[in-house]
Structures are given as structure tokens and as C-alpha cells.
Design a protein around this ligand. Structure first.
Ligand SMILES: [Zn+2]
Length: 300
């Protein structure tokens, strides 16, 4: 897939490589962070992989192991870093593919797309980093902030002294939080949203089409709207469970994707998302398993 390139937008020492299409999936907006002693490229997207001449960078950081953040890593002659919880998926494309939890025929098709469309390759040399790891770029420091939930290792970056906080795929979109992979966690995602709300910065950058938001107040308002999507999923699910339903019925009804969305991932993502919401509603006493595999909202 060829994209129409990107344009640079500067926020202190951080340059957002804004994709010409705005950065909606499968594309995204990468970051280039230039310090006096080094340059860090964050989340190489399709738009950046296509650009020529190739960007000169000293190191690459990947916010998490998803295909749209791992494009053509081999074309950058620089070490690749990722949070240790996503390290095995960056090191081995088969581990990455297994993480989507797709059924066999769909997994084979998507595995082909990883290689052909996203140019993902196994990077056995990738380096794992932990929460709080600091990249020292001389006059800039870049700290890793572990924000699990979307994936187990999903992490943001805080660039100082500029005050730029990159939140990656806590993308503030109207679609809402995505926690439908094998290693995803609804509860983890909620805690990570809380972590984000507590971080003071001047700018907040997302990987996809929302781009950069200025000011903590505006960011927190958008974060609340984003989190409210999870609450709406809970409420819609509880409504649907006015009658006893199986997980298969919940999956057919769809609480994540709109009916027109078609893809090999839809059913598995709907199922993993619904399972986590049902488990939470059961824990809260709002839903009960009335017979094995059948759930109903508890009358209040
Ligand atoms: Zn992602």
C-alpha cells in the first residue's frame, strides 16, 4: 500500500509526521524526537515507511506490538525498543499474529497482510524496556509510561522539558477504547486512562487521526468522552441482557463494530470485548449467569 506521505508539525523538539490522510488506520502519525545527542523515531507508520529519503534516526521506539506501528522496521538502521510485555511479539511475527487470536483461515490471511501490506518482519534483536525507562537525547529526555490494556505492553512517552505526552493508541477516537486482543484488558485500559489523566503536559499526541491536543484541560475532557464509550458498552449490554442471552447472541448483536464493518477480526474482537464486560457486570452484581452460558441482567 502506498500512502501520500506526511508533513512535519513541530511541538518543541517533537515533530509529528502527520500522514496526508490524517492517520486513520491502517495509517498513523509517527513522531520524531530530536535531542542534542540523538534522534528517536516513534511508531513507524505506513506514511513514514514510504518516505524518501529515509529518515536518519539513532533509535526506534514502538509503543506496542500492532502492525500499524511496526511498518518496515528493517529500513531504519537503528535498534528497536518496545515495552518488555510486547517484546516477544516484536521479536517473532508468529507471536504477534497469535496475539490477535484469529481463527485459522483468518489468521493465515492476516499473516499475509502483515508481511505484504505492513512489511512486518521478526526483529529478534529488539530490546525490551520497562516502565520509567529513559531515553537520554542530550538536552531532551524521553520517559516510557506503561499504559497497558490495549495490549499488555502498550506504552506512552513523556518528552521533557518540552511537555509532550504521547499516548499512542489511547487514541481518543469516537470508536472508543480497543481491548479485543488476547493480551488486552478492559480493567487495565481503564487504569491507563486514569494514569493519562494524571500527567501534566502541554501537548498530548495520539497515533491516529486525532493527532495532537493542546492543554491538559482539553485532553482530560476528551479522555472522559473516550472513557464514556466503555460505559455505553456496559449499558447497552445490560439492556440487551434484559432477556437471557448467550455470548454468541451478544457477539451477533455487536457492541463494538457497526453492522456494516466486515473483517476476519470482527467476531473474535466482539467476543473478547463482550466477555470482559459481562465478567465485570457479573462481578458488580448487575448481571447473573442464570444457567450455564446464559446471562441476564439482574432486575433492580
Ligand atoms: Zn494498536
Amino acid at each position: 500500500m502506498r500512502t501520500a506521505g506526511w508533513t512535519p508539525h513541530d511541538y518543541g523538539a517533537v515533530t509529528l509526521l502527520r500522514a496526508a490522510d490524517g492517520g486513520a488506520y491502517p495509517n498513523g502519525n509517527s513522531l520524531l524526537i530530536r535531542g542534542s545527542a540523538g534522534t528517536l523515531l516513534v511508531d513507524p507508520a505506513l506514511a513514514v515507511a514510504d518516505s524518501a529519503p529515509r529518515l536518519a534516526v539513532d533509535a526506534v521506539f514502538v509503543s506496542h506490538a500492532h502492525e500499524d506501528h511496526l511498518v518496515a522496521l528493517d529500513t531504519f538502521a537503528a535498534p528497536v525498543h518496545v515495552h518488555e510485555a510486547d517484546l516477544s511479539a516484536v521479536r517473532d511475527i508468529d507471536v504477534l499474529l497469535a496475539g490477535y487470536g484469529l481463527p485459522a483461515p483468518a489468521a493465515e490471511e492476516f499473516g499475509g497482510r502483515l508481511v505484504d501490506e505492513f512489511r512486518v518482519r521478526s526483529r529478534p534483536d529488539a530490546v525490551g524496556v520497562a516502565d520509567g525507562h529513559r531515553f537520554d537525547l542530550g538536552d531532551r529526555t524521553v520517559s516510557v509510561v506503561h499504559l497497558p490494556g490495549h495490549t499488555a505492553g502498550h506504552s506512552g512517552l513523556l518528552v521533557e522539558p518540552d511537555g509532550f505526552f504521547y499516548v499512542a493508541d489511547i487514541d481518543l477516537s469516537s470508536f472508543g477504547p480497543f481491548y479485543g486482543d488476547v493480551g488486552s484488558s478492559l480493567a487495565g485500559f481503564e487504569r491507563s486512562i486514569e494514569t493519562c489523566a494524571g500527567i501534566e503536559a502541554r501537548w498530548y499526541g495520539t497515533f491516529h487521526h486525532k493527532g495532537v491536543i493542546e492543554g491538559a484541560e482539553e485532553f482530560r475532557a476528551r479522555l472522559r468522552a473516550y472513557r464514556a464509550v466503555m460505559e455505553r458498552r456496559d449499558a447497552a449490554l445490560a439492556d440487551f441482557l434484559a432477556e437471557p442471552r448467550t455470548l454468541a447472541e451478544v457477539v451477533d448483536r455487536r457492541f463494538v463494530y457497526r453492522p456494516h464493518v466486515d473483517g476476519p477480526y470482527v467476531e473474535t474482537v466482539e467476543a473478547r470485548t463482550a466477555e470482559q464486560h459481562i465478567a465485570r457486570l457479573v462481578r458488580l452484581g448487575a448481571v447473573a449467569e442464570v444457567e450455564p452460558g446464559r446471562f441476564r441482567a439482574v432486575a433492580r
